[in-house]
Design a binder for this molecule. Structure first.
Ligand code: LUB
Length: 195
């Protein structure tokens, strides 16, 4: 099991750096310091490795959510914190970097990868519905629409930063998106002249 995880991590590094086409099982074996046979024992082919990397990425979110939930934030702040966590992962975690790159290359990968974006959109929708139920969203905000817009904005910023600057400016680009978007979703505090 440890071996499998090590192979996955090395494969993720290579997929993230070179992309799917330019990565071979041989390169993965070299990186992890094993024979090709040892890699094949855990993953029958490169396709299986790509699927496993993307699945490993998607498997992290429920754990991240649990950790964020434990902070006891409001639902809207939980949404923001989940995106902050995704930002750190994109900057630091090879599985996240590889999963993102593989999903961007999905058209030219000869295996069906899990559908991108849908789990996140579902997760954010459900948190935003909670936020709405608690009166945390501005009245005219539809949680489903807001979830789609937030996920699209995150991915857009991620994609641009990745392609133009190798992610170097992403933390800052995400803060910009966050600080423009979420105040617009949040219920305005009631006060004199404000309802
Ligand atoms: C997640 C990526 C990278 C979303 O599809 C997806 O849900 C994801 C790649 O497509 O991370 C992180 C907000």
């Amino acid at each position: 099991m440890r071996t499998r995880a090590e192979i996955l991590r090395c494969a993720a590094r290579l997929f993230a750096e070179r992309g799917y086409q330019q990565t071979g099982i041989k390169d993965v074996a070299e990186q992890v310091g094993m024979t090709k046979g040892a890699v094949y024992f855990h993953f029958p082919n490169k396709q299986a490795l790509a699927v496993a990397v993307v699945e490993a990425l998607y498997a992290t979110w429920p754990r991240t959510l649990e950790a964020v939930r434990a902070k006891g934030l409001s639902p809207l702040d939980t949404v923001i914190e989940m995106f902050n966590e995704a930002t750190s992962a994109f900057l630091n975690d090879p599985i996240m970097q590889a999963g993102t790159r593989l999903q961007n290359e999905r058209d030219v990968i000869d295996v069906e990868l899990p559908l991108p974006y849908v789990d996140w959109t579902t997760l954010i929708s459900s948190l935003l519905r909670e936020a709405a139920a608690q009166g945390q969203l501005a009245e005219d905000v539809d949680p489903e629409v807001a979830a789609r817009v937030a996920v699209a904005a995150f991915f857009g910023a991620q994609h641009i930063s990745n392609n133009l600057y190798d992610r170097a400016d992403f933390a800052e680009r995400w803060r910009e998106v966050r600080d423009l978007l979420f105040p617009a979703l949040r219920a305005k505090p009631r006060g004199p002249g404000n309802g």
